[in-house]
Design a protein around this ligand. Structure first.
Ligand code: GDP
Length: 317
């Protein structure tokens, strides 16, 4: 299916970027705008690193590394090798091409550009025609309070500690004071919007920070198009990453109804995998059951079509 109406995708990193890629390939150029989590952003080697934004730009630009799930394909590692030789911090791997993104982002931010403007420049550089919109220009930082390793920034938790410490609580520092940039406001207020797709990203570590940005929930509530979420669970398990572990540690059931409950007041409908179909009638909102594993480009496109067709059947008063 293709449509001449516009679509907004809300996304974190790898899982969300796969569906955003499917939507990108099925929609006309310029029809897709992605609002991206920046709660994982951090400063490293005095550079501003935006992991989820870069994962999305690399995926839409066709240069992502499917083997690692982060960074670029066909990367070289001279910078990292020399940094290690010099005894510099080596826990966060930066390939040479990836490094150019962080240097250029930092240079432009230092010169006074907003993160939204810088991100727009970077996605154009890779020839990406979708709008890539940070959820906020001001910093929002996901903080992970753990039982066994104290309080960690997201990257310390995720990369340095390999998501192993037990999570006690999550905090989205700065979210109360950040606001959606004007580009995000305009994308969600677009009268030609056909659907808002909440991609299958980690609900607690990628989507929650996005929804915590002051005013974001109100913008979604006011928007004319239906908001449809795709569950990141398949058969009660996560495809990849710490989603299931963190849900367990925070006492959240790994079920579609728990996903629907967590997104209550934000979404109008939910898409779940056939392996979770038993939950269909317990979600309390319209549910589409369709295969959601995106292990090929064809499956990303097929799911994008299903989600858009489903959204077209949903009204919003
Ligand atoms: P991260 O920031 O790189 O961890 O990535 P995200 O937050 O965007 O996504 C992590 C989530 O994506 C996990 O909960 C996975 O279960 C989910 N995910 C990854 N691939 C798929 C897929 O093919 N289908 C579905 N339904 N979920 C997926």
């Amino acid at each position: 299916m293709s449509t001449d109406r516009r679509v907004v995708a809300l996304t974190g990193g790898v899982g969300g970027a796969k569906l955003a890629h499917g939507l990108y390939r099925r929609l006309p150029p310029g029809a897709l705008a992605c609002i991206v989590n920046t709660g994982d952003d951090f400063r490293h080697l005095d550079l501003h690193v935006s992991p989820d934004i870069d994962t999305l730009i690399y995926t839409l630009g066709g240069v992502e590394n499917p083997a690692t799930g982060w960074g670029r394909r066909d990367e070289t590692w001279t910078f990292m090798a020399v940094l290690e030789q010099l005894g510099g911090p080596d826990w966060f791997r930066l390939g040479d091409g990836d490094l150019a993104f962080h240097v250029e982002r930092t240079r432009r931010l230092t010169a006074g550009e907003r993160l939204t403007e810088v991100t727009d420049h970077l996605r154009r550089g890779l020839g990406v025609s979708a709008a890539v919109l940070p959820m906020a220009d001001a910093p929002v930082r996901t903080i992970v309070h753990t039982v066994d390793a104290g309080t960690l920034t997201f990257q310390e938790y995720f990369v340095r500690h390999r998501a192993q410490p037990r999570v006690r609580a999550l905090e989205y520092e700065g979210a109360d004071h950040a606001e959606p940039p004007p580009e995000v406001v305009a994308a969600l207020a677009d009268p030609g919007l056909a659907a808002v797709v909440l991609c299958p990203s980690n609900p607690l570590l990628s989507v929650a920070p996005l929804l915590a940005v002051a005013g974001m929930r109100a913008l979604l509530a006011a928007c004319r198009a239906p908001v449809v979420a795709v569950s990141p669970l398949i058969g009660g398990a996560a495809v990849k990453g710490p989603t299931a572990k963190v849900m367990d540690e925070l006492g959240i059931a790994r079920t579609p109804e728990a996903i629907a409950e967590g997104y209550r007041g934000v979404i109008d409908a939910l898409v779940i995998d056939p392996s979770d179909a038993a939950s269909r009638d317990r979600c309390g909102l319209p549910v589409l059951v369709t295969p959601t594993l995106m292990d090929s480009t064809a499956r990303r496109e097929a799911l994008a079509d299903e989600v858009l067709d489903f959204a077209a059947t949903l009204g919003r008063g």
